[in-house]
Design a protein around this ligand. Structure first.
Ligand SMILES: Nc1ncnc2c1ncn2[C@@H]1O[C@H](COP(=O)(O)OP(=O)(O)O)[C@@H](O)[C@H]1O
Ligand SMILES: [Mg+2]
Length: 257
């Protein structure tokens, strides 16, 4: 059997007495977009922060391209080819927007490392164009709306040309029209739709999102987390019919609908 592209095994994280992530295991294939859903406080963000190694798991393993990356530092994880966005955006607020994206372009992973700053700038501009904020490139990041900050985060994550892109509520703070557009852009990126001269093969995507309509329209599979535990893992059509999921997460909405 071939090694899976990405796999977490029995991942557990406690905060004091609270088990925020409880024995979670799943895989992501190289050609997949996988969604993560679940109620507020379920442990979704903690799970992504364990994968980027911003948090250290109490137990369990994270395997990427056949390598156990559980013991690596965050920058080593990034250099292996995993990049993500944060639920709470963290730009360099006083740098121009384009400079925010030029920093990850300088990552040792990024293909054009060592080339002229002009080249890096062009590449950062491509990433901004991809998410639709290139017209604001020279303004300060602090000038951006909440929705545009999310776009900037996505631009920064894709600028390092990750193989696995982790997204924590990238559509948060956006209008339905904006959400739909960014969701489609993520799908295009995944399918190898180049932005500028960057990607020939798009990244696998693991994406937390509350906006189910947009999420379900682009994912191959959905993982449902409740109280730190994985309660479902399957194609969107099956997961939304799962009684456990309806009870844990979709209950109120479904009853209303
Ligand atoms: N750094 C932390 N210290 C203590 N508790 C935390 C920390 N981060 C998250 N938690 C708790 O862990 C649980 C899961 O949080 P989180 O992963 O943010 O959930 P979600 O993203 O699914 O809404 C929550 O009860 C939250 O309060
Ligand atoms: Mg969260």
């Amino acid at each position: 059997m071939s090694t899976p592209f990405f796999k977490v095994e029995h991942l557990t994280k406690r905060f004091g007495g609270l088990v925020a992530v409880n024995d979670v295991s799943f895989e992501v294939q190289r050609d997949e977009i996988v969604g993560i859903i679940g109620p507020n406080g379920a442990g979704k963000t903690t799970l992504l922060r364990l994968i980027t190694r911003i948090l250290k798991p109490d137990s369990g393993r994270i395997i990427f391209n056949g390598e156990d990356i559980s013991g690596l530092k965050p920058w080593d994880v990034a250099n292996r080819g995993i990049a993500g966005t944060f639920q709470n955006t963290r730009p360099f607020r006083h740098l121009p927007i384009i400079a925010n994206v030029m920093v990850p372009c300088l990552s040792p992973r990024a293909r054009h490392r060592g080339e002229w700053v002009k080249r890096i700038e062009a590449k950062a501009m491509d990433a901004l164009e991809f998410v639709g904020i290139s017209d604001q490139a020279l303004e300060r990041a602090s000038a951006l709306s909440q929705g545009d900050l999310k776009r900037l985060e996505v631009a920064r994550a894709i600028a390092s040309e990750p193989e696995l892109l982790l997204l924590d509520e990238p559509l948060g703070g956006m209008s339905p029209a904006e959400s739909g557009l960014l969701a489609k852009s993520i799908q295009r990126l995944h399918q190898g739709g180049r932005f500028g001269r960057l990607h020939s093969e798009g990244p696998a995507v693991l994406m937390i999102e509350h906006k189910l309509k947009e999420l379900m329209s682009i994912v191959d599979r959905v993982i449902v987390i409740d109280h730190g535990e994985k309660i479902a893992d399957g194609p969107p059509g099956e997961v939304v019919k799962d009684p456990k999921v309806i009870e844990a997460y979709l209950g109120a909405d479904h009853a209303a609908a």
